[in-house]
Design a binder for this molecule. Structure first.
Ligand SMILES: [Ca+2]
Length: 294
């Protein structure tokens, strides 16, 4: 036996085979066909379900049509808030209703329903997570609801806790790329993005995206600059609610001066002189002592 569903206008089949194969049915047996249908408008919808197949005993073709009516109220859509973090404590409550309704209300954080007649603003929300459901009654008094929307109020800036650079500020030479790591945290919504901004003092700032290496560590690289260049840089971090802060805002100044390449050679010469000289002197002294014995 087969069951087929006539989909009414303004409705669409979401899941379920159509026609739906019910298998061989013996007398007195029940079989179930199921479909999921989506409605775009409110109204009274009639479904024609057509059952057909052959009687195995008589070989007669059997066909039955049953019509079932259901009333559907489509609330429309809850446009705001959305499932996301907000950087303000006042958030618009915006919705559209598909058809005439007798009542609209909402429940914020599970509290008792508050009646609304039009779009409004949720005022003075506390920092942290919230949820909201909007309800509507159709003219027959049947209640429909939106899905529960989860959102977060986060007005606090991210934190820039620490910075390391490689090579160190006093040891950057020409041809050295400078790797900058910073620790960025944000309690409520988390870090969305960070940039490293640097200038060689020529009036132009270069912005590069920082990469989240692991955990709270974000990284970017400043390319090599010639000897004598002064590099100034800052980090800008933005959370998922849109709050942003720079290391300058927090009073941190990041800069370095590119030293000559030979500085390292000079350093090696100094090292060799200071460590080898005592050894040479010691050897000369030892030989003199040996000569004396002869
Ligand atoms: Ca934040």
């Amino acid at each position: 036996m087969w069951a087929s569903l006539t989909i009414p206008p303004n409705a669409s089949l979401v899941s379920g085979d159509n026609p739906f194969y019910l298998g061989h049915i013996v007398r007195g047996e029940n079989r179930t066909a199921s479909w999921t249908v989506n409605f775009s408008i409110s109204g009274v919808f009639t479904f024609d379900v057509n059952i057909s197949g052959y009687n195995q005993e008589t070989d007669d073709f059997i066909e039955r049509v049953s019509d079932t009516s259901i009333t559907v109220t489509v609330l429309g859509a809850l446009l705001s808030p959305k499932n996301k973090p907000y950087s303000t404590v006042d958030i618009p409550l915006e919705f559209v209703v598909g058809d005439p309704v007798s009542w609209i209300g909402y429940s914020l954080d599970g509290t008792a329903n508050l009646t609304v007649t039009e779009n409004t603003t949720l005022l003075g929300l506390t920092e942290g997570p919230h949820n909201i459901i909007v309800y509507a009654n159709d003219t027959a008094g049947k209640m429909e609801s939106s899905s529960k929307i989860f959102f977060t109020v986060d007005t606090a800036n991210p934190s820039i806790l620490g910075k390391t650079q490689t090579p160190n500020e006093d040891n950057v030479q020409p041809y050295d790329s400078v790797k900058v790591n910073v620790t960025l945290t944000d309690d409520l919504s988390g870090i969305r993005q960070a940039t490293l901004n640097y200038t060689s003092g020529n009036g132009t700032w270069i912005t590069t995206a920082m990469t989240n290496l692991e955990g709270d560590i974000w990284n970017s690289t400043i390319p090599p600059f010639p000897y004598g260049t002064n590099i100034t840089y800052y980090v800008r971090a933005q959370d998922k609610a849109g709050n942003a802060v720079t290391s300058d805002d927090l009073g941190f100044t990041y800069e370095y001066h590119v030293i000559p390449e030979t500085s390292s050679i000079m350093f090696m010469i100094t090292l060799i002189t200071t460590t080898l000289l005592p050894v040479l002197l010691l050897k000369i002294k030892s030989r003199k002592t040996a000569n004396t014995r002869l």
